[in-house]
Design a protein around this ligand. Structure first.
Ligand code: AMP
Length: 422
């Protein structure tokens, strides 16, 4: 199937072609015609499947041209980063239209957002709290909304947004199209869908473990106190002696743990930054930009902060600590292996986490091979951060494509047998 088969206008097709997409992803092939047809949609699709274009493209088409001052499409997103990314996508796909996209989220000053809304908005992407604040102040009118998207609904509920969602839905006009995207289907999600959606078209494109299948997963059994030394070793030598890592996204369970690990890695000469909910929006944006630009090698994140991050060609994800909820593991490792590429997830599992690993394996219906520990040095880190002269920039980015022996697909592909698996 081609994008041109989906009934999109030439303006949108041109923007899609310039973005470099050849063929629609499965969620796009199914969601775009369903959204264009005008009914409600319930889609089981996680980040990395191309779901954003799956709803943004047909909604831009339904909007047509700029009208009035108040938004006609409202997209709710659980995090500021995801909201910003959806906004970026909407502006890219809508570049040959005159439609106006605005993004509002908390943690930054309200004034510029209020001013931007005054200039007119067709498509609004918002996090729930800031949306309700601005509606409460009379700075935003939702009476013109005809299309409502709840993105990452499962994460919205995990983050405790259910009451905000209910309040927002009550404010919206009754006559509207509703789209709901969720990576997982708990009973709570089913209940919310039953209340919010009318005869939805159901789209299931990403069975829960499809990401997991594309990601080569390995685990090291390692005492808690040795984890940071092993991680430094992995950055310097790779997990299977493939050479230094260019970059990794590393998950910790707590904000404090993320800060501490980022400092420890810096102390060992690995450029690092932490992102989590206590960091200012400016600091989070800067860390993400530094990581995307290759200025830092290690981005240490908590689950909430990482949600929806779209980092191209991220070769590996490290579970420095396993998450308590197996679904979070699937979300985490979905940060690599985006849109069909392959990647690797490395878990550092201490004794007290063995039960968590079993829960994860049960949920994924897949075992995660335990790899024998490499010999690694205990690198004592006394200073919180080394002087710039001692810090290593990321190793040179390895070639991504082509079949030469050093390429990522060659090294990390699923077909590669895990010689060390036990
Ligand atoms: P999403 O699931 O919406 O977060 O998208 C994941 C990634 O896939 C983003 O980097 C998109 O730019 C990319 N993407 C979306 N649609 C396509 C497509 N049809 N072909 C190739 N890449 C795509």
């Amino acid at each position: 199937m081609q994008f041109s088969d989906l009934g999109l206008t030439p303006d949108l097709l041109r923007a899609v072609a310039e973005k470099g997409y050849d063929t629609p992803t499965p969620v796009q092939s199914k969601a775009i015609p369903a959204v264009l047809a005008g009914g409600d949609v319930l889609a089981g699709a996680q980040t990395g499947t191309g779901k954003t274009a799956g709803f943004v493209l047909p909604l831009l088409q339904k909007l047509g041209a700029a009208v009035g001052r108040s938004p006609r499409v409202l997209v709710l997103s659980p995090t500021r980063e995801l909201a910003a990314q959806i906004g970026e996508n909407a502006r890219t796909y809508g570049r040959y239209t005159n439609l106006r996209t605005q993004v509002i989220f908390g943690g930054v000053s309200e004034r510029p957002q209020i001013d931007a809304l005054r200039n007119g908005c067709d498509l609004l992407i918002a996090t729930p709290g800031r949306l309700l604040d601005l509606v409460g102040q009379g700075a935003l009118d939702l009476a013109a909304v005809r299309h409502f998207v709840l993105d990452e609904a499962d994460r919205m509920l995990d983050m405790g947004f259910i009451h905000d969602i209910r309040r927002i839905v009550k404010i919206l006009p009754v006559q509207r199209q509703n789209l709901m995207f969720s990576a997982t289907y708990s009973q709570d999600i089913r209940d919310l869908a039953a209340r919010m959606l009318r005869n939805p078209v159901e789209i299931e494109v990403a069975p829960r473990n499809s990401t997991a299948e594309r990601v080569a997963q390995v685990a090291f059994r390692v005492p808690k106190e040795s984890k940071r030394h092993l991680l430094v070793h992995l950055f310097r030598n790779g997990a299977t002696d493939e050479g230094p890592w260019y970059q990794a996204l590393i998950f910790t369970r707590t904000k404090h743990g993320a800060n501490r690990l980022a400092q420890q890695l810096e102390g060992a000469g690995i450029r690092s930054a932490a992102i989590h909910g206590n960091k200012s929006q400016a600091a989070r944006v800067r860390a993400l930009a530094d990581f995307k630009a290759g200025r830092i090698a290690a981005l240490v994140a908590t689950d909430v902060a990482s949600r929806g991050l779209d980092i191209k060609e991220l070769p590996q994800v490290v579970n420095y600590e396993l998450p308590n909820v197996p679904e979070d593991y699937v979300h985490r490792i979905g940060r690599t292996a985006r849109a069909g590429s392959t990647g690797r997830a490395v878990s550092l599992v201490s004794n007290d986490e063995a039960g968590l690993l079993r829960d994860i394996e049960r949920t994924m219906r897949q075992t995660v091979p335990i790899t024998p520990l490499p010999a690694f040095e205990i690198v004592e880190v006394s200073r919180p951060s080394a002087s710039p002269a001692n810090r290593a920039a990321p190793a040179p980015r390895p070639a991504r494509h082509g079949g030469r022996p050093g390429s990522r697909s060659h090294r990390f592909g699923r077909s590669r047998p895990n010689r060390n698996a036990s």
